[in-house]
Design a protein around this ligand. Structure first.
Ligand code: FES
Length: 111
């Protein structure tokens, strides 16, 4: 059964930025959008790019490898890697998103 796990302090992720944290076997990307915290798998489902090395543009995180874009609020893929890349390597799918809660300045994710 999924339980909330403490991942970091709210101060670890400044507004408009993202950081990745490891808990158990999970590497999780935490994003602070205007004081709201969101969490996705930190490793791109396409070919393993580290999303923390990508860019954050509004509510989208852009993978540094083939530039798939994921909505950080839902994990939904908003733009793929392009026809040429995806015809060789497969399509970018939705990125796993985690439920987040913040309590007493700590960020918890449901794993
Ligand atoms: S590895 Fe992320 S888009 Fe290809």
């Amino acid at each position: 059964m999924a339980e909330y796990t403490e991942l970091c302090s709210t101060e670890d992720v400044p507004e408009g930025e993202m950081r990745s944290f490891t808990t158990g076997n999970n590497e999780i990307l935490v994003v602070n959008l205007k004081g709201e915290f969101y969490a996705l798998d930190a490793i791109c489902n396409h070919m393993g790019g580290k999303l923390v090395k990508g860019r954050l543009k509004d509510n989208l995180v852009i993978c540094p490898v083939h530039r798939c874009r994921y909505d950080v609020t839902s994990g939904k893929v908003k733009r793929g890697a392009g026809f040429l890349v995806e015809s060789f390597s497969g399509k970018c799918g939705d990125q796993k998103a985690y439920e987040v809660k913040v309590e007493d300045g700590k960020v918890y994710v449901k794993i």
